[in-house]
Ligand binder design. Structure first.
Ligand code: 6AU
Length: 273
């Protein structure tokens, strides 16, 4: 299994290259998901977890006091701590609509988010729509090939079609939200193998202390995700910041460091070091 650094040197997608370089430079494959509803909490958590993260994942549409200053501060923290930004928007509409949702509205996601994601359910036109906005800016797209939730419908031929859509759009699609590596998925018998591709696998549903949240979420450990399933980045939310109504700064920092160490240890095991 090749190292993050080696993959960074050879990757055709600018956002993927930036992410792999950041992972290699900071020695962390941790993406922290910051799902809180108050701007002050959002920025405080990011300042605490930034040093341990390669990527910070946002849901800006849940923030009640969202304003442009939040984006300026988020960008300043991204520079201060050297991480990329991933707005987890999960686009799912026709090409024209998603291009407007991505570029415009209150949030203007494409102007600040290095990476975003989309459900493949509308078919390839969703990639065309998002690429028309994101490609000129050097952004990257992740397709949701699988989900972490109990009873997910993103399985079997749906997942295979998602991978085929990505293969046909490698200039903009940099990887997947998925639970395992996608090499060889959707390749017809006798067809070309996946040697020419290097899709990044970013994996949510990661927790060290509990196996679920009572609302369908399912957690696996960093070792299960990185070593057993061959994924590249662990996405961790509540496992790090706990209950947003009772934020404990020391504990947030400690948990971020704990997940960073577990993720990196698993990677070293995977590459045989
Ligand atoms: O660690 P948690 O459970 O607190 O948060 C997991 C985060 C949430 C979800 O919206 C997101 O990961 N997520 C996604 C993403 C990243 O697209 C897909 C999925 O299948 N499951 C999942 O939890 O912000």
């Amino acid at each position: 299994m090749r190292t993050y650094g080696h993959r960074a040197n050879n990757h055709p997608n600018a956002a993927a290259r930036q992410l792999l370089e950041t992972i290699d430079r900071k020695k962390t494959n941790l993406c922290v998901s910051v799902d809180v509803t108050r701007k002050a909490d959002f920025l405080a958590i990011i300042d605490l977890v930034g040093p341990f993260s390669c990527l910070v994942k946002t849901h800006v549409d849940i923030i009640e006091d969202f304003d442009h200053d939040l984006i300026e501060q988020l960008q300043a923290l991204s520079k201060k701590h050297d991480f990329l930004i991933f707005e987890d928007r999960k686009f799912a509409d026709i090409g024209n609509t998603v291009s407007l949702q991505y570029s415009s509205g209150v949030h203007k996601i494409a102007s600040w988010s290095h990476i975003t994601n989309a459900h493949p359910v509308p078919g390839p036109s969703i990639i065309t729509g998002l690429a028309s906005v994101g490609k000129p800016l050097g952004r990257g797209l992740l397709l949701l090939a699988e989900m972490s939730t109990k009873g997910s419908l993103a399985v079997g031929s749906y997942t295979e079609e998602a991978v085929r859509m990505a293969r046909a759009n490698k200039d903009f699609v940099m990887g997947f939200i998925a639970q395992r590596r996608m090499d060889g998925v959707g390749v017809q018998e006798g067809g070309n193998s996946a040697e020419e591709e290097d899709f990044l696998i970013l994996t949510p549903g990661v927790g060290l202390d509990v196996r679920g949240d009572g609302m369908g979420q399912q957690y696996r450990t960093p070792r299960e995700v990185i070593v057993e399933s061959g994924c590249d980045v662990i996405i961790v939310g509540r496992g790090i910041y706990g209950n947003p109504k009772a934020l404990d700064a020391d504990n947030v920092r400690r948990q971020a460091e704990r997940y960073m160490k577990e993720g990196w240890k698993a990677y070293l095991e995977r590459i045989g070091e």
